[in-house]
Design a protein around this ligand. Structure first.
Ligand SMILES: [Zn+2]
Ligand SMILES: [Zn+2]
Length: 404
């Protein structure tokens, strides 16, 4: 159907113990240079851990070196976790006594009360004031009771995020947590790490099962200026539709192809997060509202849709065989286009670390005289009222600053 890009595409970067060794040694050098600022060394150790094959001693050695960094920085809990990971991952027996010694000292120091903790917040992705609801015309959010200045009405963690490439070995690819101490590598690729097994599991279920095989292609496709990462967020949203289709192809076609069915998904307030994609489909027009002058924008959307579809779906061996013969396949390309043309509206790109999708904040109407302010901190979006808002009134935030 589309031009094949196979001949120009790189193979996925394979795990390699010799590369893992080399990266670990570079980490050792970096650490010797600046033991008090171990960020660079940790990044190299993390890269080495990603590169090491499962079951190789290099994986165990990577964790052990990380444990030494944490020990010296008095992060004893993290140190113990890494020692455990080293032990479970083929740390060489002849070196074990040294590791056990470190473990023993760590436990003593922890008992002595030197503590440090890393917290992982696993609450649901958002907290919404119960008085908020979809506005009558379905294009914004209003309140069903009056609200005061300063009230926090909407707090969301990003539902989908895409990290900037240089942070791959510093942050969790799923939640974005800056937990560089104990990141775990994906078992299948060398490109992503996670702050916990929960994040790893969630990511696999929601998108990495489709992306792992093609991570290197995706990095090529989505590198460059920030808008490229915004399209990757769109792809990660799109996988939710693929999941729904694989789960129940006929149900998916029925829901997505019947206007009366789609009506049920126009209000995201009562939906399960896995159905947000249906809400997006129900509310994205299939014809973009480009003015005649913006033919370029439309072209970019078309080209991007096709490229993403070919690389991520048609030529992706972890997706295409599973879609073979399924009824709703054709709907996917159409849905992807609907999402792509709304990239700018759907994706928040003003943070340094990542591009994010906040399902509710992106619903808020934008205004020249907004009554609320959106604060973006630590990959969270918080909406706070700047003036009192009366019952029935819409909550609005300022327009996006195009010159940023
Ligand atoms: Zn995480
Ligand atoms: Zn992977």
């Amino acid at each position: 159907m589309f031009i094949s890009l196979s001949s120009q595409r790189k193979w996925k970067i394979a795990k390699s113990d010799s590369k893992a060794t080399s990266l670990r040694e570079q980490g050792n050098v970096a650490y010797k240079k600046t033991p008090n600022e171990p960020a660079k060394a940790l990044q190299l150790y993390n890269q080495s851990i990603c590169m090491a094959k499962q079951g190789s001693k290099d994986l165990g050695l990577g964790y052990a070196n990380r444990s030494a960094v944490f020990f010296n920085n008095k992060l004893y809990r993290e140190c113990l976790q890494n020692i455990e990971l080293a032990r479970c991952n083929n740390y060489p027996a002849e070196m074990m006594p040294k590791l056990l010694q470190r473990e023993e000292r760590c436990k003593l120091l922890l008992e002595a009360g030197s503590t440090s903790t890393t917290e992982h917040n696993t609450t649901s992705h958002c907290a919404i004031k119960s008085c908020l609801e979809l506005s009558k015309d379905g294009t914004g959010i209003c309140t069903n009771r009056s609200l005061e200045v300063g009230e926090k009405v909407l707090l969301e963690k990003s539902f989908v995020l895409v990290l900037e490439a240089e942070l791959a070995y510093e942050r969790c690819d799923y939640c974005g947590a800056s937990n560089e101490h104990n990141l775990l590598p994906c078992r299948g690729c060398t490109a992503v790490m996670y702050c916990s097994e929960e994040c790893q599991e969630q990511s696999l279920q929601r998108y990495h099962q489709f992306e792992c095989e093609i991570v290197d292609d995706l990095q090529l496709l989505f590198r460059g200026p920030k808008p490229a990462r915004m399209f990757h967020v769109i792809l990660r949203l799109f996988w939710h539709a693929v999941l729904l289709l694989l789960e129940d192809p006929e149900g998916f076609v029925k829901r997505i192809g019947t206007p009366a069915e789609m009506e049920k998904y126009r209000d995201p307030f009562g939906l399960e997060p896995s159905d947000y994609i249906l809400y997006l489909n129900a509310t994205c027009p299939d014809k973009p509202a480009y003015d005649k002058k913006d033919q370029t924008g439309r072209c970019v959307s078309q080209i991007m849709t096709i490229l993403m579809y070919v690389i991520a779906v048609e030529e992706n061996t972890s997706v295409w065989p599973r879609l073979e013969g399924k009824v709703g396949k054709k709907k996917l390309l159409d849905l992807l286009f609907r999402l792509v043309i709304r990239t700018d509206r759907l994706v928040e790109d003003s943070m340094d670390h990542a591009a994010c999708f906040y399902p509710f904040a992106c619903l808020l109407q934008r205004s020249d005289s907004p009554n609320a302010e959106q604060l973006l901190q630590d990959l969270q979006s918080v909406v706070v009222l700047k003036c009192p808002v009366a019952e029935g009134q819409e909550i609005t935030i300022s327009k996006k600053n195009i010159n940023r």
